[in-house]
Write a protein that binds this ligand. Structure first.
Ligand SMILES: [Zn+2]
Length: 292
């Protein structure tokens, strides 16, 4: 009987550990925002990296840095992607990514609570949850630098520096072969969460995510309409990696001084966490099929 109780306690404990905890995610978001503006190449983004690495270490997740110097309209800028790996039964990887830089605005203070803060906070919390899970495929948590354009306007190659560098490096070292899917998280903090499908994303992966939202009765946030989004998933899509971008671009505070804690909510982070975790087994099942 005691043994049975112990087993039951262990099962309950595992269930708690494998649930997304938006209180934790919210605390990460608050800490990131308190650092202030975090543009690529700044001392503040170095501080941001330290925070992310400390949190991953606390969850027992190994992290490596991918460092390079990129040419930008503001000259050469040092950039760093953080790559955290949770080994699974197979070497094939599902990458869950989000950017952690914030856009530079010389004329106002931009702290990017949703844009840059929510994605990084979300992926930090997901690392904790997935570390406690039995993963059939290896999970890679990827924190991307340089998503934002250095110039005011998003154009040409002045954006998605981190994802382009990551995909180029993966092509060169052959690791692209084990990269089976990308789930990209961006701007999911909006209190009034509205996520639409993206026509640049891979249809089967999009359908699995939106099906999971329906099953979780969260389809009031994952809406049926489609828009076309240019984001960090595009370099992956071009390289043939099935990818989905989960983004709320209907955010009036986007790229304004009002993208602060007041505009975002823990509940939105919870919604996306619940949907991604509900979708993961379906994605794994699809990738587990021998003839694909
Ligand atoms: Zn942005």
């Amino acid at each position: 009987m005691l043994r049975l109780l112990l087993v039951a306690a262990l099962v309950l404990q595992t269930a708690a550990a494998t649930k997304f905890d938006s209180n934790r995610a919210w605390e990460h978001l608050r800490q990131l925002v308190s650092i202030g503006p975090r543009p690529s190449g700044s001392p503040a983004i170095e501080q941001t990296r330290k925070y992310i690495k400390d949190q991953l270490a606390a969850s027992g997740v190994a992290v490596t840095e991918q460092r390079w110097v990129d040419d930008t309209p503001a000259g050469k800028l040092p950039m760093v992607n953080l790559v955290a790996t949770i080994p699974g039964a197979r070497k094939d990887r599902i990458v869950i990514a989000g950017h952690y830089d914030t856009k530079r605005f010389p004329r106002f203070r931009f702290v990017g609570a949703s844009d840059g803060g929510s994605s990084a906070a979300f992926v930090i919390e997901l690392a904790r949850v997935l570390k406690a899970r039995r993963n059939p495929l290896t999970i890679e948590l990827l924190f991307l630098d340089g998503e934002e354009a250095v110039n005011e306007v998003w154009a040409g190659t002045d954006n998605t520096y981190g994802s382009r560098h990551y995909v180029d490096a993966a092509k060169k070292d052959g690791s692209l072969a084990t990269l089976k899917a990308l789930i990209l998280i961006d701007m999911i903090g909006d209190r009034d969460l509205t996520i639409r499908k993206d026509s640049n994303s891979t249809p089967w992966l999009t359908e699995i995510i939106w099906d999971a939202a329906r099953r979780q009765k969260l389809d009031t946030y994952f809406l049926p309409g489609t828009t076309e989004i240019e984001d960090d998933h595009v370099p992956f899509v071009k390289a043939g990696v099935p990818s989905v971008d989960i983004i709320d671009l209907e955010y009036p505070q986007w790229h304004t001084a009002q993208d602060t804690l007041e505009a975002v909510s823990a509940r939105s982070l919870q919604t996306v966490g619940d949907v991604v975790l509900a979708a993961l087994p379906q994605i794994e099942a699809r990738l587990g099929r021998p003839s694909r």
